[in-house]
Design a protein around this ligand. Structure first.
Ligand code: PLP
Length: 349
């Protein structure tokens, strides 16, 4: 049985959270002399002199509408990376607990574990980049607090099998985090609809990819109200700055425009995949549910350098397990993708 109380670190369970000025005052007032801000204003818009809403209520209300998830199930972080870090700080005792990651995958799960002094158990994906369910079962023990899954996965681009993910959710008593940074580009449905089904599920999404707002640094975690309450308790009070909250709120009105961009990027992904697949210099194009392609070539490092000579930077993922001689290529604009293909035409091994 999933038991949140027994999963939360004792120091966090007993924590008296910092109470900000904006927390303590509720009601109507005209004169704010409670937070030591600059009462005269700022060189920018006058309201920028005030601390932002620590609860990000307006932004959460809008995200709640867009995602169909109640605000009490939403945590907002300074990028997904903050949500990842906070999950460690809330649920993993340094030097005692461990987590499971399935490489090749997003590097931040492991970096954040190292920062927090938490041991990482690696269960590599299978040759087809699926979950190795038996190895996963063997890796988990009583001190395993989090299983990190990424679907669609970075850098491989494929979605994990939904039945496998649900099997992990059903059988693991710690948290299962499913990072859906690329879900908007996927043929697969999000696991958001399963939040009520699984108290141990945390779905991580971001405004950095499909929404085109990487610069604002806004990541989202969706989970049971109990998990979200713990995450909110330990986050820095003003973790999402006021400018980002305001701009994100504006952007979230443009659902139609974002859906148009997603359609274009997905169709460009298919066009680029076909062109690369047909190209004699390419060995394999892995199927992708994301806005990038993992491509195997005879000499990845040399091709990486060749692209650079043409002013194009891609990511060499050759050092990752199962990704020998693989480049990860973000789907660009139609013109950028043309430039990439043209540069590839000019490549001589
Ligand atoms: C890009 C990416 C993110 C996004 O991180 P932010 O901090 O929200 O920008 C999260 N997870 C994965 C797997 C990614 O590739």
């Amino acid at each position: 049985m999933f038991d949140i109380e027994s999963l939360v670190r004792p120091n966090i369970r007993n924590l008296v959270p910092y109470s900000s000025a904006r927390d303590e005052f509720h009601g109507e007032a005209k004169v704010f002399l409670d937070a030591n801000e600059n009462s005269l204003g700022s060189p920018l818009l006058t309201w920028r002199n005030r601390y932002p809403d620590p609860h990000q209520s307006a932004l959460k209300a809008r995200i709640s509408e867009v995602k169909g998830v109640a605000a009490e199930h939403i945590f907002l972080g300074n990028g997904s990376d903050e949500a990842i870090d906070i999950l460690y700080r809330a649920f993993c005792e340094p030097g005692l607990h461990n987590v499971v990651v399935c490489p090749p995958t997003y590097g931040m799960y492991e970096v954040s574990a190292a920062i927090n002094g938490v041991a990482v158990r690696k269960v590599p994906l299978t040759a087809g980049f699926g979950l190795d369910m038996e190895a996963l079962e063997d890796a988990v023990d009583a001190d395993t607090r989090i299983v990190w899954l990424c679907s669609p996965n970075n850098p491989t681009g494929n979605s994990l099998d939904r039945t496998d993910v649900e099997t992990v959710l059903n059988n693991f008593e710690g948290l299962v985090v499913v990072d859906e940074a690329y879900i908007n580009f996927s043929r697969q449905r999000s696991l958001l609809t399963e939040l009520t089904e699984y108290p141990n599920l945390v779905v991580v999404q971001t405004l950095s990819k499909a929404w085109g707002l990487a610069s604002l640094r806004i990541g989202m975690a969706f989970a049971s109200a109990a998990v979200i309450e713990v995450m909110n308790r330990i986050k820095p009070p003003y973790n999402i700055n006021g400018a980002s909250q305001e701009l994100a709120l504006q952007a979230l009105e443009e659902v139609g425009q974002v859906n148009d961009m997603i359609r274009i990027l997905v169709s460009e992904r298919e066009r680029l995949a076909d062109a690369l697949h047909a190209h004699p210099a390419v060995l394999h194009v892995f199927p992708s549910d994301a806005n990038f392609l993992l491509v195997r070539v005879p000499h990845a490092r040399a091709l990486y350098g060749h692209f650079l000579d043409h002013g194009i930077v891609v990511r060499d993922r050759s050092s990752q397990p199962g990704c020998a001689d693989c480049l990860r290529i973000t789907v660009g604009t139609p013109a950028e993708n043309e430039a990439l293909l043209k540069a590839l035409d000019a490549w001589k091994v």
